[in-house]
Design a binder for this molecule. Structure first.
Ligand code: ADP
Ligand code: MG
Length: 258
């Protein structure tokens, strides 16, 4: 079971901003996408989510072309958290989380309320449920959006089936303890028949938590593989255009700039 991109190409204004990308996200796998600003990470994520139509190439979910899914069936198997929090209306946090619920009925079913309270606890947003979203800090908003993405894929313990979670820099506004918390939650999700693809800026986090890393540069996958194959001084210095060192300390990679 995989979410795959094959020979993916996205062109804008005569330029290929995604240029021949192959990706295969397996269940039980946490893959990170890293790379400099403008490398094409967000565009790739939108295409993989089925929200942006590629110029060429194909996206398949468990072997089926993504465009053959109805929006509601697609929403049941894949959830996306984008970079921006562009909610402009004044909803309560609990209402936003309930909106993530797309299963049996829309709105406040008993199941929805159970899922929301369970996941709000896990994501550390229980105290925010009664707050207006617009009054939250950037980090609090990001934690709520993260929780909403999980609500969409929630299912009872005994129910199985593939799920894919795609997240674009979900920790960019979080302090270090919440940042680790999010990655730990994502790692737990991989134990429950979920494939996770996460765009990360922090190379240390990416190397510590990922099973596989895709290093993007100028619309292409420059390198991919296990962290030790990608998180290398020569590769990273080349792509980021600045000296980057990598040290192996007791099997754990440490990345730093000079
Ligand atoms: P990243 O997330 O890696 O920073 P993006 O995927 O957001 O990169 O963007 C990749 C490149 O494509 C950038 O140079 C960006 O300016 C360009 N780009 C993205 N979306 C569009 C668009 N709709 N029209 C034109 N150029 C775009
Ligand atoms: Mg981006």
């Amino acid at each position: 079971m995989t979410l795959s991109a094959d020979e993916l190409m996205v062109s804008r204004r005569g330029q290929n901003i995604i240029d021949g990308v192959d990706i295969s996200l397996e269940l039980g796998n946490l893959s990170a996408v890293i790379g400099p600003n403008g490398a094409g990470k967000s565009t790739l994520l939108s295409a993989l989510a089925g929200d942006l139509e590629p110029t060429k190439g194909s996206i398949t979910v468990d072997g089926k072309p993504i465009e053959h899914f109805s929006p509601s069936n697609l929403a049941k198997v894949r959830s996306v958290m984008y970079q921006s929090n562009n909610i402009v209306f004044d909803f309560l946090v609990e209402e936003i989380l309930i909106m993530g619920w797309i299963r049996d009925t829309f709105g406040r079913s008993p199941f929805a309320i159970k899922a929301v309270s369970e996941l709000a606890e896990i994501c550390g947003v229980s105290e925010l449920l009664g707050r207006s979203f617009l009054t939250l800090s950037g980090g609090e908003k990001q934690r709520v959006q993260f929780c909403r993405a999980l609500v969409q894929l929630w299912r009872p313990d005994q129910e199985f089936g593939p799920r894919y979670l795609l997240l674009d820099e979900p920790t960019s506004n979080l302090d270090v303890s919440y940042e680790l918390g999010v990655l730990e939650i994502l790692k737990d999700m991989t134990e429950k028949e979920t494939g996770v693809l996460v765009v990360l800026h922090d190379l240390n986090l990416a190397s510590y938590f990922s099973d596989r890393i895709y290093l993007m540069n100028k619309g292409r996958v420059f390198a991919c593989g296990e962290p030790s194959e990608v998180i290398r001084s020569d590769t990273l210095s080349d792509v980021y255009g600045t000296p980057i060192s990598v040290e192996d300390r007791n099997g754990k990679l440490h990345v730093y700039t000079h």
